[in-house]
Structure formats: structure tokens, C-alpha cells
Design a protein around this ligand. Structure first.
Ligand code: NAD
Length: 287
């Protein structure tokens, strides 16, 4: 059993913290939203009044925050209050360069930091079946495994600090690209008078098959876009992928195009819809 501080109890963080409690860990959480603190207390955790309260007495601190600026702000506060040997896991999706900077600042304070972003969505967070990609030192990864096993089923150490975020960026560009192409397939089928349900059923069983087709083809055809994973968050993630590519000195032309389509979805007012709403952009291009 580990004493865990958990900062960021939103769509993902709230069920993740509940799973840690269910696995027998002592969890003290903090969120700027008071209503989210109540949910942690209902799940058997303790609510803290600030970041320092979540860090006090913790062996492990986890953050699950929206983006790089929030992680930088909260990480600075965690490091200010950290005891020696603290293990700090940031599980948010942020830029690899921010993760590397946070890891350096942590090392200077004797704190072991890992970037451990996740894939699998709210469902995976609730079921404890997330995929977790971890960047950092191998020994720190081993130390974190007993905690991570309460949250996910595929847990892989992918390299040094920042590598987890780079893998997550690769994940997001692939998912975004597939949504764009499934949307184009639907527009082609419907524009040609072919039943999209029958068409996509065949695609799902062949080489074009994917988890996106398995999970989302029916809701996309029905134009049901309740989130899920919001366009706003995917827009952030495409920005991370494009910036990471620039930093690595590589060209990702399809990623660039998908990033612009996601930006268009947001500009058209669909930021709070599920990312499968990329279909709305492709439809609009077609009048
Ligand atoms: P969310 O907006 O629901 O939750 C973020 C939480 O952080 C909110 O409760 C907010 O009040 C809190 N917060 C913000 N600033 C804070 C601060 N300074 N101190 C304390 N709390 C603060 O977002 P989410 O969907 O839970 O996503 C969290 C991260 O996980 C994001 O980086 C996202 O890209 C990533 N992610 C999300 C999903 C998904 O399906 N939602 C899937 C995989 C990864």
C-alpha cells in the first residue's frame, strides 16, 4: 500500500484516483474544482485544500492536468513541498520538452520524475485498462509499476524523460488521421449512394480495420458526437505532435494536414464535441 497524492480530478483523474483507492492505496487529492473533491471523498479518498496538502506525507504524487502550463505550475509547487525520494508521475498529455524540463527540475530536488501519459479514454480510466507509456529512468519505472498496475493493463517503459510524451504524440497523430480517413470514407460511400453501415462493416473486418472503426463507425454514421475525447483536447495534442516534429527535425506532412482539419473543427465551433466530429469538417468541405 502506498500513500498517493493526486492532483487533477477531472474526467480521467477522478476514476483513476478511485481505482487507486480500490486497490488499497491511501489517496489524498486536490483539484481547483470543489465539486471534483467531493467525488474523491465519495470514492473513499481524502480531499486536500491545496497542492501542498496532497503532497504532504506522500510516497507518490500523480498529476492529471489539462496541458503543459498547468503541469509546470503544479509541478513547481510539488517540488517545493516534496520529501526526499518522492516519486512524481505526470500522466497528463503535454509536450515532451516540458516533461524533460520538469524531470530536470525534479532531479535537482532529489525527486524521481516520470512522464506517463495514457491512452484508452474515460472508459479505460474507469475500467483500469489504460495503456500507459512511460518515460524516465528504468529503476523509477520499476518503482512505479505497483501503482500503475491499478490504472492500466498495457504499461510500457519507452525511454528516457519525455519519451512517454513522444509516444503519446505519435498515438494522437495516428488516431486523428484515422478519424479523418473514416470520415472521408463515409462521405464517399454516402455521396455514391452506397449504404455506409454495410460498407464500414466490411472495412472493419479487413486490412482497413481499426479500433476507431470498431468503436465509432456506428455513432459517426448516426452523427452522434457526444464526447468522449473532445476536439479541443485533440487540437492541443496535434499542436504537441507538430511542435515535437519540428524539434526532432522531421517532416510529417499528413500530421500537418490532420492538425489543420482538427483546427477547422474547433474554428467551426465543434471544440466540445467528440473528435469523431472531424466528419462535420469533411462534410462541410463537400457542401
Ligand atoms: P479535465 O479537464 O476533465 O480534467 C483536468 C482537471 O484538472 C480538472 O478537474 C481541473 O479542474 C483540474 N485543474 C486544472 N488546473 C489545475 C490546477 N492548477 N490545480 C489543480 N487542478 C487543476 O481533463 P481530462 O479529460 O481528465 O484530461 C486530463 C489529461 O489527460 C489531458 O492532458 C488530456 O489530454 C489527457 N487525456 C484525456 C483523455 C480523455 O479521454 N479525456 C484520454 C487520454 C488522455
Amino acid at each position: 500500500m502506498t500513500t498517493i497524492g493526486f492532483v487533477g480530478l477531472g474526467v480521467m483523474g477522478s476514476p483513476m484516483a478511485a481505482n487507486l483507492v480500490a486497490a488499497g492505496h491511501a489517496v489524498t487529492g486536490y483539484d481547483v474544482s470543489a465539486e471534483r473533491l467531493d467525488r474523491l471523498a465519495d470514492a473513499g479518498g481524502k480531499a486536500a485544500g491545496d497542492v501542498a496538502g496532497a503532497v504532504a506525507g506522500a510516497d507518490v504524487v500523480i498529476t492529471m492536468l489539462p496541458d503543459s502550463p498547468q503541469v509546470e505550475e503544479v509541478a513547481a509547487e510539488i517540488l517545493r513541498h516534496a520529501g526526499p525520494g518522492l516519486l512524481y508521475l505526470d500522466m497528463s498529455t503535454i509536450s515532451p520538452s516540458t516533461s524533460r524540463r520538469v524531470a530536470e527540475q525534479a532531479a535537482a530536488r532529489g525527486v524521481r520524475a516520470l512522464d506517463a501519459p495514457v491512452s484508452g479514454g474515460e472508459r479505460g480510466a474507469v475500467d483500469g485498462t489504460l495503456s500507459i507509456m512511460v518515460g524516465g529512468a528504468g529503476g523509477d519505472f520499476e518503482a512505479a509499476l505497483p501503482v500503475l498496475r491499478a490504472l492500466g493493463t498495457t504499461i510500457v517503459h519507452v525511454g528516457p524523460p519525455g519519451a512517454g510524451q513522444t509516444v503519446k504524440a505519435a498515438n494522437q497523430l495516428v488516431v486523428g488521421g484515422i478519424y479523418g480517413l473514416v470520415a472521408e470514407a463515409i462521405v464517399l460511400l454516402e455521396g455514391s449512394g452506397v449504404d455506409p453501415v454495410a460498407g464500414l462493416d466490411v472495412l472493419a473486418g479487413g486490412l482497413a480495420g481499426s479500433r476507431v472503426l470498431d468503436l465509432k463507425r456506428h455513432s459517426m454514421i448516426r452523427r452522434e458526437f457526444a464526447p468522449g475525447f473532445r476536439i479541443d483536447l485533440h487540437h492541443k495534442d496535434m499542436g504537441i505532435a507538430v511542435a515535437a516534429a519540428r524539434e526532432a527535425g522531421v517532416a510529417l506532412p499528413l500530421t500537418g494536414q490532420v492538425a489543420q482539419l482538427v483546427a477547422a473543427a474547433r474554428a467551426q465551433g465543434h471544440g466540445s464535441l467528440d473528435h469523431s466530429a472531424l466528419l462535420k469538417v469533411i462534410e462541410r468541405l463537400n457542401g
